[in-house]
Design a protein around this ligand. Structure first.
Ligand SMILES: *Cc1c(COP(=O)(O)O)cnc(C)c1O
Length: 318
């Protein structure tokens, strides 16, 4: 067993709470919040669900993974390394970043002991091709490392997220989740009961996610599983784009419901859910569960957080 399972213990199943919100109630829609942000104080939300099975599989080997400069996955991997005493290497997209001061995400990674290795965008794009990967491993001395793909989504991670769906079985007709790589949605959808649908809100545009989620489900389960759809209209221009309208929405939602709203993913999902509700996309009588997949990087750990104050303003904009 990993120390991760004992100190501090993950809180599973994560709490499912009703949110009184007249903007949904007006349309006959009941809103539930699935508080995956409370699963673990240090390894937040879906990152715990995705990383825990990989940490077990790594069996003490150093970890090597990939991400952009704002990647929550890199940060979670660095934290896991610190908690478990594993060496971690993060391969970061963007060679030009090597000469600049680190942003908050990368600084937190470095503070947790992660070694950062910056690569140019072409190298990053081809990182899954054997020759490029071999070169990266050589340059980082990572030949014996346990590899976790970009965003942490591999078959083990996807299977880990199936529990999230199972915890929601029967609780709601529609379960909404923000999608980066789509690994969380792929697992969640597989864990839901018949008659439930997972709704993914991609935080990056481009329409490539449908195929990637199918591929992830095939690798984890052997084929497409569960009922799921994507709505591609709420990415606000792309990853880490957080225009003032979105930040204001997140601030307001946080104040209404007493939780810090993470803005790269969670705010976009909640915004999309409200927009869809206002469009009449959900029949009156529908129960929606919104998965709160994480919390703002600078929010205090759960427990330290006073219920009444919204902390979203504490988050720097990327
Ligand atoms: C990483 C992350 C996601 C995206 O998860 P995927 O499995 O890559 O789709 C969603 N929400 C938050 C808060 C995250 O940190």
């Amino acid at each position: 067993m990993l120390p991760l399972d004992t100190a501090p213990r993950p809180r599973l199943p994560s709490p499912l709470v009703a949110a009184e919100d007249e903007r949904f109630a007006r349309h006959g829609v009941r809103l539930l919040l699935k508080r995956d942000d409370l699963v673990h104080p240090a390894l937040v939300g879906n990152k715990w669900r995705k990383l825990a099975p990989n940490l077990r599989a790594a069996a003490g080997r150093p970890l090597l993974t990939f991400g952009g400069a704002y990647s929550h996955h890199l940060r979670a991997t660095a934290t896991a390394g610190r908690l478990l005493g594993l060496a971690t290497t993060g391969v970061v997209r963007g060679h030009e970043l090597a000469g600049r001061p680190l942003n908050d995400t990368l600084r937190a990674c470095a503070a947790d002991g992660m070694r950062l290795h910056f690569v140019d965008r072409a190298t990053y794009r081809h990182k899954n091709e054997p020759e490029t990967l071999a070169r990266i491993l050589r340059e980082t001395g990572g030949e014996g490392a346990y590899l976790v793909p970009e965003g942490g989504s591999n078959a083990l991670a996807v299977r880990g997220c199936r529990d999230l769906g199972a915890e929601l079985a029967g609780a709601a007709e529609v379960v909404a989740v923000a999608c980066g790589t789509g690994g969380t949605l792929a697992g969640l959808a597989a864990g839901l009961a018949p008659g439930q649908r997972a709704l993914g809100i991609p935080v990056v545009g481009g329409g490539f996610l449908e195929g990637e989620i199918e591929t992830l489900q095939r690798s984890a389960f052997g084929g497409r599983r569960g009922s799921w759809t994507l709505d591609d209209r709420f990415h606000f221009g792309g990853y880490a784009r957080t225009p003032p309208e979105l930040l204001a929405f997140a601030e307001d939602f946080g104040a209404r419901h007493g939780l810090p709203v993470e803005t790269l993913y969670v705010a976009k999902m909640l915004y999309g859910l409200l927009a869809l509700t206002e469009e009449g996309a959900f029949a009156p009588g529908t129960t929606l569960a919104a998965v709160i997949t994480g919390r703002p990087p600078n929010a205090p750990p759960p427990g330290a957080m006073p219920q009444s104050s919204a902390q979203s303003s504490a988050q720097p904009s990327p």
